[in-house]
Design a protein around this ligand. Structure first.
Ligand SMILES: [Fe+2]
Ligand SMILES: [Fe+2]
Length: 235
C-alpha cells in the first residue's frame, strides 16, 4: 500500500485553488491519503466544507485525525460528522483496516518528553491537564489494541517523540507532544507513525522501541528538497 501523508493544511477559503492543485495527482501516486490533523485554521464548518470538496474530488480513500486547530471553535463533533458524511474515515481513539493494513489514530495531546513529562502532582488544575494527556494516550492504546493486521500505522496530530520537534523553540517542546504516546506505540508496535503539529520540526525520528516516526506537517514537506505537499510511504 502506498500512503500519501500530510498535515497542518490549516485550510481557509483563500487556500482553495492551491489545495486543489496540491492534491490533483495524489490518486495516481498513492492508494490512501492520510491527514494528520489541523485540517482547518479555526475549526469552523465553513472551512471544512470547501476542504472536503477538494478532498472528495481527489477521489482517494482518506483517513484523518483532528488537530488542536480543529477544536478552536468547539465544533469538533460537527466537523467529524461532516468528514464522515463525505466518506472520510475519522480516527478518534479508533482503528480502521484496509487491504491488510491497520490504522490506529487519535489527536494526542501535549505533556512533554522523556524525563520532562509532566506528572499529575499538586494542584487540581495540573492533574486535569495531565489527565487530558493520559486520556488521549488511553485512546491510542484502545485503537492499537483493536488492530489485528500484520502491518500497523499510527496517525496522531501531536508528536510522540522529541526528535521530530527539534527545530522548534525549545521552550515550546512540551506543547508539541508527549512521549506518553510513544510508550503506547512501543507496547503494541507500529510500522509507521505519522504526526504533524510541529510545523518547523524534523522530518523523521524513531521511538525508543525503534518504530519509525515521520512529521508530515505540510510546511516541513514544502521546505525539503524536492518540495512536496505530501509524503509517500510504501508499506
Ligand atoms: Fe498546525
Ligand atoms: Fe497543531
Amino acid at each position: 500500500m502506498r500512503i500519501a501523508a500530510t498535515a497542518d493544511l490549516h485550510f481557509s477559503a483563500s487556500r482553495h485553488s492551491a489545495l486543489h492543485s496540491q492534491l490533483s495527482r495524489v490518486r495516481d501516486e498513492a492508494d490512501v491519503l492520510v491527514l494528520a490533523g489541523d485540517l482547518t485554521n479555526y475549526g469552523l464548518p465553513d472551512e471544512m466544507e470547501p476542504l472536503l470538496n477538494v478532498v472528495v474530488r481527489s477521489r482517494i480513500p482518506t483517513i484523518a485525525v483532528l488537530g488542536n486547530h480543529d477544536y478552536e471553535s468547539g465544533k469538533q463533533l460537527e466537523l467529524m460528522r461532516m468528514m464522515a458524511t463525505a466518506g472520510i474515515k475519522v480516527l478518534d481513539g479508533t482503528a480502521y483496516e484496509r487491504d491488510g493494513v491497520g490504522f490506529a489514530g487519535t489527536k494526542g495531546f501535549v505533556g512533554g518528553f522523556g524525563r520532562g513529562v509532566l506528572t499529575a502532582f499538586g494542584e487540581p488544575e495540573i492533574k486535569q491537564f495531565v489527565q487530558a494527556s493520559i486520556d488521549e494516550t488511553l485512546k491510542l492504546e484502545r485503537a492499537m489494541a483493536q488492530l489485528r493486521t500484520p502491518k500497523r500505522v499510527v496517525v496522531i496530530h501531536y508528536s510522540p517523540i522529541a526528535a521530530t520537534v527539534q527545530g522548534e523553540a525549545a521552550e515550546i517542546f512540551p506543547f508539541l507532544g508527549t512521549s506518553r504516546l510513544a510508550e503506547i506505540v512501543d507496547r503494541h508496535g507500529a510500522d509507521l507513525v505519522l504526526h504533524g503539529h510541529a510545523h518547523h520540526g524534523q522530518l523523521e525520528g524513531k521511538t525508543t522501541g525503534g518504530s519509525p516516526v515521520y512529521n508530515v506537517a505540510i510546511t516541513l514537506l514544502q521546505s525539503r528538497q524536492p518540495a512536496s505537499d505530501y509524503r509517500i510511504f510504501d508499506i
